[in-house]
Design a binder for this molecule. Structure first.
Ligand code: DC
Length: 230
């Protein structure tokens, strides 16, 4: 076993994507941000009249799901999501997308489509994928499963800084409200709720620097690979 699948799950704004990117770069693996895929479908829903009076029209969205084509294309080594040929990596982080993404990702047909695509992307070898159901549903046999947690305060601060760096200014109270709502929907939905896989290891990165959290994962990956060699 030389190239493995690493599943990284956890709550919103815990730094999963940052960690997944770091780990993928370190090992030369493919990084897949599954949340970006749910966000891109949400953007599609907003652009195509599938959100009415603050509610996602499930039936309308399901009917046009076959018109949603997602692809990751690398720019400066970092994969960016494209929706029907257009780079939407920045657009999916702002506007109304964060407010509706949990509703969209609770739809069974949306999940089926994206889970199939996620599995298809991982057929070529080493992959680091982050999301909510990667270790439980997408890759239940992943060699390494990590469940990331962090305090709510640090999650708010990280999301605030991430948005600020992109020139997007949002009140921290607004971020807290959005994270609480998404945590609630993500953990209580019927379809593939956010759960820690029984064989996942927990990484609480509240007090860790980016370098420390990378070292933590690298140590686990190396010991796993060594165990399989011996
Ligand atoms: O990781 P993120 O914050 O970009 O994810 C956006 C939303 O997508 C999140 O609120 C829940 C949903 N999601 C999901 O349901 N399953 C995944 N594998 C990834 C994300």
């Amino acid at each position: 076993m030389s190239e493995i699948i690493i599943a990284i799950d956890g709550y919103s704004a815990c730094g999963k994507s940052t960690l997944a990117k770091q780990v993928a770069e370190h090992f030369g693996y493919l990084f897949i941000d599954s949340g970006a895929m749910y966000r891109a479908v949400t953007l599609f829903a907003l652009q195509n009249g599938c959100v009415i009076d603050g509610k996602v029209n499930e039936k309308a969205l399901v009917e046009c799901l076959s018109d949603v084509h997602l692809e990751f294309k690398k720019e400066a080594g970092i994969p960016r999501i494209h929706l029907n040929g257009l780079d939407v990596e920045d657009e999916i982080r702002k506007g109304q997308v964060p407010n509706f993404v949990s509703q969209v990702s609770a739809i069974k047909e949306v999940r089926e489509k994206l889970v199939n695509e996620q599995r298809a992307m991982a057929t070529l070898g080493g992959v680091v994928m982050d999301g909510r159901d990667i270790g439980t549903v997408v890759f239940p046999n992943a060699a390494l499963k990590i469940f990331v947690t962090a305090s709510l305060e640090i999650r708010i601060e990280r999301r605030f800084q991430e948005l600020k760096a992109k020139g997007i200014v949002v009140e921290k109270s607004e971020i807290a409200k959005n994270l609480n709502e998404r945590d609630y929907i993500d953990t209580t939905r019927i379809e593939s709720p956010l759960r820690q896989a029984p064989d996942a290891i927990i990484l609480d990165n509240t007090q860790l620097t980016k370098e420390e959290q990378l070292n933590w994962v690298v140590t686990h990956v190396k010991s796993l690979l060594n165990k399989n060699l011996s």
